[in-house]
Design a protein around this ligand. Structure first.
Ligand SMILES: N[C@@H](CCC(=O)N[C@@H](CS)C(=O)NCC(=O)O)C(=O)O
Length: 238
């Protein structure tokens, strides 16, 4: 059995989708990031970056003590290697997938996260026109990244060979496209992949729905949530 330390957000969905695609049994352990559960000492032992998702595999390959993994890209790779699914074993196929997985981890995820922050959350601080530079910077960068992905998908169904952990990492970070200031109509191939190739897969639908009931209202809406999540410094994990 695998414990999935989870909250229903794009980085969490990557792993619930992968677990559903692999039909692996798992138990959701909620980490309410709006109330600060990511700072609990027990959680920091498995995820020292005070971010979810993280997993604990109680039945690792080769037996022995449970293995814990944090960082969604590493978790996807771990589950792919455990199951032999969604990551080719040959060197060419494997690195096709891993370069797009890392494109998501280092590019689309962080940039879309910042676009979301500046477009949706920062205005809640009444920062007025000081926000314009940040909004334009990250909205433009997501626009560029969507363009890269659209071009990549022009002549193939999935991002890198057959369905892979790269698709599962990227798809959740397209879901919030409106908050990132984007229109999917501007990216026809990306839209086809998002709606049809990925969006209609039962495991994707099921994985994205995991824990939806945990968040009464999506997003960050209260002063308490804002206090917990924004303005973190090293003091939070000391
Ligand atoms: N690079 C990390 C990012 C994870 C991440 O940013 N998780 C957010 C939710 S989507 C979180 O746990 N936030 C808690 C906080 O900001 O304290 C990954 O891909 O696993």
């Amino acid at each position: 059995m695998i414990d999935l330390h989870y909250w229903p957000t794009p980085n969490g969905w990557k792993i619930s989708i992968m677990l559903e695609e692999c039909a692996l049994p798992y138990k959701v352990v909620p980490v309410n990031i709006g109330t600060g559960e990511q700072f609990k000492p027990e959680f920091l032992k498995i995820s020292p970056n005070n971010r979810m998702p993280a997993i604990v595999d109680h039945d690792p390959a080769g037996g022995g003590a449970p293995i814990s993994v944090f960082e969604s890209g590493a978790i996807l790779q771990y589950l792919a290697e455990k199951t032999g699914k969604f990551l080719p074993k040959d060197v060419r196929g494997k690195y096709e997938v891993l370069q797009w997985l890392n494109w998501q981890m280092g590019g689309l995820g962080p940039m879309a996260g910042q676009a979301n922050h500046f477009n949706v959350y920062a205005p809640q601080f009444n920062a007025g026109d000081k926000l314009e530079y940040g909004q334009a910077r990250y909205t433009n960068e997501v626009n560029r990244l969507f363009g890269v992905l659209n071009k990549r998908l022009a002549d193939r169904e999935f991002v890198a060979g057959p369905l892979s952990i790269a698709d599962m990492a990227i798809w959740p970070w397209v879901v919030g496209f409106k908050n990132f200031g984007q229109k999917l109509e501007d990216f026809a191939h990306l839209k086809r992949w998002f709606d049809e190739s990925m969006g209609k897969r039962p495991a994707v639908v099921k994985g994205k729905a995991v824990g939806a009931e945990l968040r009464a209202t999506p997003g960050i809406n209260t002063d308490e949530q804002r206090r917990v999540l924004f303005g973190q410094t090293a003091a939070v994990v000391r």
